[in-house]
Design a protein around this ligand. Sequence first.
Ligand code: AN7
Length: 368
Amino acid sequence: MSFSKKLKQFFTSKPKNNNWDGLIEAYKPWLPVTKKTPIITLKEGATPLIEIKSIANRIGKGVKVYAKYDGLNPTGSFKDRGMTMAISKAKEDGCEAVICASTGNTSASAAAYAKRGGMRAFVVIPDGYVAQGKLAQALVYGAEILAIKGNFDKALDIVRELSNKYPITLVNSVNPYRLQGQKTAAFEIIENLGNAPDWLCIPMGNAGNITAYWMGFEEYFYANKSKQLPRMMGFQASGSAPLVEGKSISNPETIATAIRIGNPVNKEKALLARESSKGKFSSVTDLEIINAYKILGKEEGIFCEPASAASVAGLLKLKNDVPKNSTIVCVLTGNGLKDPDCAINNNDSIFHTDVEPDMNSIIKKMGF
Ligand code: AN7
């Protein structure tokens, strides 16, 4: 190509991001949408896959570790992938109101997409157990919030019954369109790596996301878009680990409030994903979660919420089982800004207060 032609191409080509119209547009043939489906989008998806050497170095053995940073979606979590689908289909069906139970992220995402689609959004949350950022979002997006004296599992029971009796669409992950949208994250990973990873490490709450990823990996594999399927490695917080312990937990507790869920609705599908992929479910303590959370922040510049750090904590815990030269993806499901209280209470930063506003005092504090 001549130089002038190259120059012309340079000035007329658009940056790639301008061509991204959200995941429904990008993956239409793989999704249950038709020409009639009104697409409600905030241009979710296309999130970065970032190499995290600090974690690979702690494992050694020539492994490569990546973070799928889904906290960079429009409302700061992977829920947007499912919500663009669920709300678009609800709109297509003429629905005027949606409802969900939520530990926080689903409520933020449901509210944002419902409002964009011109619908009412009801969210039922466990009073006192939703991180500040998520609550702020639901408020700003104009959700109608019902904070119950009970946990997520109770809230989900209530909204399931409600949506059966009243003309209101349930947008929790029992809504099949949610998982359809969420499976696109697996497509993106395969496109980025040119293959599926050896392991996918992912936090589990209601176990919808692990189910969706597995669906995505299988679909691309059978379409010859990847050479292999990953092992699905699911992680729960030890105080809230029904899938690891093999029984419902009536009073789940963890610092990772997003995954404070004792009776996952997608349990059967998640167990099937584990079995089909020769995967493994394990639990990590709050301390291990916070350790991973801090490493990602201060060694990688990646701020995720505590529930998301469970994927990295889990990988570190299983480091002896990691095969040599393998490629591993850890899903960072939510943005760290969602939970500022956790950040302020769990960091190793040096925070000098009462600093006099003069050069000498500042230099002294800096230790020069
Ligand atoms: C950051 O928002 O259940 O295993 O109500 O917010 O698919 O449930 C959130 C779940 C992982 C677990 N990471 O995903 C809700 C909710 C973050 C989350 C999970 C959630 P699933």
